[in-house]
Ligand binder design. Structure first.
Ligand SMILES: NC(=O)c1ccc[n+]([C@@H]2O[C@H](COP(=O)([O-])OP(=O)(O)OC[C@H]3O[C@@H](n4cnc5c(N)ncnc54)[C@H](O)[C@@H]3O)[C@@H](O)[C@H]2O)c1
Length: 279
């Protein structure tokens, strides 16, 4: 059965996903609606889509009471942490499945709890793609044996611009002349300070040992063009390092192109039959 999809947030990730779905490149799914609080984003995206038979909504109440929403099986959130927190529980209560990109939302324990409770009651699924890094499989596998885990994120200034960490301290993000560690703390604090930059730390925390026990280091490297994430892990029966160097997406330097591809692969794995590779 073909499943209907709606996308919340039509920026770098949402637009690319909309194009893949609209072009029929992800078998088993059909794009039926787009929701974004900015009309401009909706119109720009719709203008470039081949198939125009899609509901466009800039008002959440109108969206959630629409025929397209009623017919939707899976909603993809690719907007912001605030959007994920505002819409998720209401959508899940309507018996829909979701894919959430703004994973940092789950660093709020109350939000995590209520979402988990609703899923238990309703039996629906929330998919969290691996995003800008891999390794969630191994982290899940060894989570009970991890003794030390650190995520080291290194980005150029343009990928960290606008983060509350710099705004609140009056630091000009462009002023760094050499590689500098700007933040060291737990994943909980990292997400507060860099909500649009370290979604990876949320995935690592959820797959591994939680937000408080996951250490995060954020570095600025002005000579660097890519977004680099390293997960350094020690566990009872070994240790490992996963290092990923990503090109930023052309539409949003904060978002790695890999994150978009990981959402596409997550959709494919939902609809695929046959082998399921990896645990
Ligand atoms: N999981 C990961 O690995 C990963 C990687 C990169 C980005 N992200 C997260 O995914 C989200 C989307 O990233 P992006 O690069 O596409 O961002 P973007 O800024 O390019 O696009 C976000 C879009 O959502 C819309 N939007 C924002 N808040 C909204 C709201 N409350 N209601 C409706 N629409 C709203 C904006 O108008 C914009 O069009 C961000 O939260 C980002 O931090 C996750």
């Amino acid at each position: 059965m073909t499943k209907n999809i709606a996308i919340i947030g039509c920026g770098a990730i949402g637009s690319q996903l909309a194009h893949y779905l609209n072009d029929g490149k992800i078998l088993g799914f059909r794009l039926v609606a787009l929701y974004d609080e900015e009309d401009e984003k909706l119109n720009l995206l719709e203008k470039n889509l081949k198939n125009k038979h899609i509901g466009l909504y800039a008002d959440f109440d109108k969206f959630i009471t629409s025929k397209e929403f009623r017919d939707t099986h899976l909603l993809i959130e690719s907007a912001s942490i605030a959007a994920a927190k505002a819409y998720t529980n209401s959508i899940l209560n309507h018996d829909k499945d979701m894919m959430i990109m703004s994973i940092g939302a789950f660093s709020d324990p109350d939000f995590y709890e209520t979402t988990t409770e609703i899923m238990k009651k309703k039996g629906n699924r929330v998919y969290l793609p691996t995003g800008a890094i891999g390794g969630s499989d191994i982290l899940r596998t060894i989570r009970d044996f991890i003794t030390d885990i650190t995520l080291i994120t290194t980005k150029p200034a343009k990928s960290l611009k606008g983060a509350p960490f710099f705004r609140e301290r009056g630091i000009n993000v462009e002023s760094f002349k050499e590689k500098t560690i700007v933040f060291e703390g737990d994943a909980l604090e990292a997400i507060k300070q860099f909500p649009s930059n370290v979604n990876v730390s949320a995935l690592v925390s959820l797959a591994g040992v939680g937000f408080k026990k996951t250490k995060v280091m954020v570095c600025i490297d002005p000579s660097y063009e890519r977004n680099q994430h390293e997960i350094v892990v020690k566990w009872k029966f070994g240790e490992f390092l996963i290092r990923v160097k990503n090109d930023p997406s052309p539409d949003n330097p904060k978002t790695s192109y890999l994150a978009i591809l990981s959402a596409i692969e997550c959709l494919r794995s939902i609809s695929d039959k046959g082998f399921k590779i990896g645990s």
